[in-house]
Write a protein that binds this ligand. Sequence first.
Ligand code: NAD
Length: 250
Amino acid sequence: MRLDNKVALISGGARGIGAAVAKIFAQEGAKLVICDILEDEGRKTAEEITTAGGECVFVRLDVTSETDWEQAAAEVTNRFGRLDILVNNAGITARGNVEETSVADWTRTMDINVKGAFLGSKQAIPIMRAGGGGSIINISSGAGIAPQPGTSGAYAASKGAVRIFSKSTAIQYAAENIRCNSVHPGPIETDMLRATRPDENNLEIMKGRVPLGRFGRAEEIAYGVLYLASDESSFVTGSELVIDGGRTAQ
Ligand SMILES: NC(=O)c1ccc[n+]([C@@H]2O[C@H](COP(=O)([O-])OP(=O)(O)OC[C@H]3O[C@@H](n4cnc5c(N)ncnc54)[C@H](O)[C@@H]3O)[C@@H](O)[C@H]2O)c1
């Protein structure tokens, strides 16, 4: 299996892309800690994985809390004694143009999407170092490369920050065999997509901008994350994997 003997932590693993990543990782032999603020959904996802024969625990974690990250890192170390893969996936979307964005919304978006990835990496790196290396995968967005007219500036800026933070981390830790890459999904059918564009008309416009003519599925992102997590990508660091049906190629 592609992730045999590897231990992975996935933030925002209760649902959507994070849950799809967790399920595919488990099928490929990884032992998992999934973290989220959604406790019921997180426990349910962990239970589904365990019932299917995987090894998975749920830990409640708010990615903006350094204390929560310290506790999650301690849980990983106590339970598994190592950490090979970190997927900084937890994120929120935002709505509105610059004038419509409140300072509170701007700060919240940056805190969850950017500070969350920073705090996760900060806790994961020493554990990865002790184990001889690791792979950090930060879930950015197509919006972090080329926003669409309706994309919130706060969201695009946060995802652009995640993109460049990934490259910075890659360069800082390459000598210690810790790789870091970003993944850039296009519009994917999850709760987040429905929350950003509740209007059916809007969804159709969005779909029309995707050359492949449809929204992606969470599993289609998860397979890209799997590649970056596995040793198949051992020479890949500081790169950006775009999985968006061609949206940003135009
Ligand atoms: N769905 C898309 O179209 C799309 C496109 C590009 C990028 N992305 C990115 O993919 C990632 C996953 O998104 P998704 O579509 O699965 O959305 P989602 O809303 O279904 O899942 C996001 C998860 O993150 C969790 N989360 C939110 N804030 C948190 C916090 N403070 N602490 C811990 N967990 C928190 C949520 O509870 C949820 O389980 C996000 O980073 C998102 O920005 C999604």
